[in-house]
Design a binder for this molecule. Sequence first.
Ligand SMILES: [Zn+2]
Length: 286
Amino acid sequence: MQGDSSTAAEACPRCRGTGVVQRVIEDKPTPTPRAQPSQARPWSNGPLFPDLFPDPAQWCDCALGVERHAEQQARQAEERARKHAERAQAFRDGLPPEYRALTLSSYPRSLPQRRVLRELARWLKAIEVDNPVWLLLSGPYGVGKTALACSLAAHLIERGLVRDADHIVVPRLLRALHEAYNPSADDRVRPPSEATLLREAETVGLLILDEIGQHDTSDWAIQRVGQVIAERHDQRRLTILCTNFSVSTLALRLSDYVMTRVTHRLQVVDMHACPDLRQQPPGSEP
Ligand SMILES: [Zn+2]
């Protein structure tokens, strides 16, 4: 081994004991073609004006430089993790208490529930290897679809895999869109415009579309839902859908235009065999 970092610093002519060598800041008025290949690493002759131009830093490849670089990377990773945890917490804080209480870790572990968790783990794994597939949770009321979807969203924010998330109940979104067209007599509270509501749904990092299909299926409604889905599909934005319906029933209620996008890259998790959690408080074992 080279010895401790103070002797390595003394021994290193490139960084002179700082761990950092500076890139030469090129002169702006003379963008001359770089003819000499020997100038490809202009910083190799040691720091120029290190006090005047501290950035961009180039870490020296001596022991001290490697150590300082690792320290900086660890600090940056810690900072990122802190930001992600804050965002995940902000998302959880915005949820109704009912959905905050049940999480992936507090979800009960009966046989059908364990199967669901295994399938969700498979879905998370695909996202971690950068293969974003949409998720459809299908099952009756009370099996925990929404809470699990929200817990997945918080997990993905925490891991830094999506920057933010939103939970939208589709029938409520459609009502809000109606109100945007026909503001009530009481216009002290101006409702958000249709464009604003749709843009939010289209651009959020992960969208949970809850109760999809369980709304009026007029052309108007299908067009609005279809617009959100098409935009998210085309921009490859992650989406989780929750519904009481099976995929085939959903296909009858939504148009082909919508369904081809939903099913393009989709993992379906069937929760019909899961018990109703409202009969059985979260956390209690069956
Ligand atoms: Zn060095």
